[in-house]
Design a protein around this ligand. Structure first.
Ligand SMILES: O=C(O)CCC(=O)C(=O)O
Length: 272
């Protein structure tokens, strides 16, 4: 695993190094100030709890909907809850979202472009709230969702950017008391394209890699990255198999994040 600690001033060079696969994961401590983090958390606690705006699962919820909910048979138009929940999120939290985009641009040394398809505006960020004493996020890589997505949307996204090598950005707003580590495996989608829809819940949460081992794949190792309040993490999420370990203690794990990809036109796009 190519890990690189960094400071904000040299980030510009690094985004290209991620796209060139020279770096797998990198982090920036204290990406936002403690006051900014508290403001984020206070605002987000007032968000709507109902399923119009959240994708609720037993282990946690996402607000607004992630783009990966625009499934194969779903309509790729403004009737999808993805677009209504994104609009709600943008309207309620525009100032914080703008602040986060600015910080991200400063950190990467590039201008970032949100994506839109006609009048359909994609979310710039979403929040992931993972319940205490639950199982985190199952093992996945973003490319493993592509076969489940609306094909018209995927085709369009792939026509404008290098979707298959997208990065994840996440900011830890609230670390859990225990665990909740980001787990990165030493396997990538291009070597091991597993259609996760067929895997059991248990295997998808087994950080020893049952889902790889049962396919005869050997030398499975992983690295754990414990979340720290205020820390930003960037990693090659489209390719690298990863998950979030179970959440210990009494406090939920709260992050906000997006995906970042290189456009065919040279621009850097981001969405969630
Ligand atoms: O910690 C998070 O926000 C989720 C990380 C993750 O699974 C991803 O970015 O794909």
């Amino acid at each position: 695993m190519n890990y690189s600690d960094s400071d904000i001033s040299n980030y510009y060079i690094k985004i290209q190094r991620f796209f060139d696969k020279e770096i797998d994961i990198s982090s920036i401590q204290s990406f936002l100030s403690e006051d900014e983090i508290s403001l984020f958390l206070a605002k987000l606690k007032s968000h709507p709890q109902d399923s119009t705006y959240n994708v609720r699962m037993d282990d946690g919820y996402f607000y607004p909907f992630p783009y990966s909910t625009i499934h194969d048979k779903a309509s790729f138009d403004n009737s999808h809850p993805y677009f209504t929940s994104s609009e709600d999120f943008e309207n309620k939290h525009k100032r914080l979202i703008d602040l986060l985009q600015n910080k991200l641009e400063e950190a990467l040394g590039v201008e970032l472009f949100p994506i839109h398809y006609g009048n359909l505006e994609f979310s710039r960020f979403n929040c992931r709230i993972l319940h205490a004493k639950k199982n985190g996020i199952d093992i996945h890589c973003e490319n493993a969702f592509i076969p489940q997505l609306n094909p018209a949307m995927t085709e369009w996204m792939e026509s404008i950017m290098d979707l298959k090598n997208a990065l994840s950005f996440l900011l830890v707003l609230q670390a859990p008391n225990e665990h909740g580590e980001l787990i990165l495996f030493n396997k990538e989608w291009d070597d091991l394209p597993i259609l996760i829809g067929h895997e059991s819940y248990e295997d998808r949460h087994d950080i020893d890699g049952a889902m790889f081992k049962k396919r005869g794949v050997e030398n499975i190792t992983h690295q754990s990255f414990p979340p720290q309040n205020g820390e930003a993490i960037f990693f090659r999420a489209a390719q690298i198999w990863h998950g979030i370990n179970k959440i210990g203690g009494a406090q939920p794990r709260i992050t906000i994040g997006c995906f970042i990809a290189k456009g065919k036109d040279g621009k850097i796009y981001f969405w969630a």
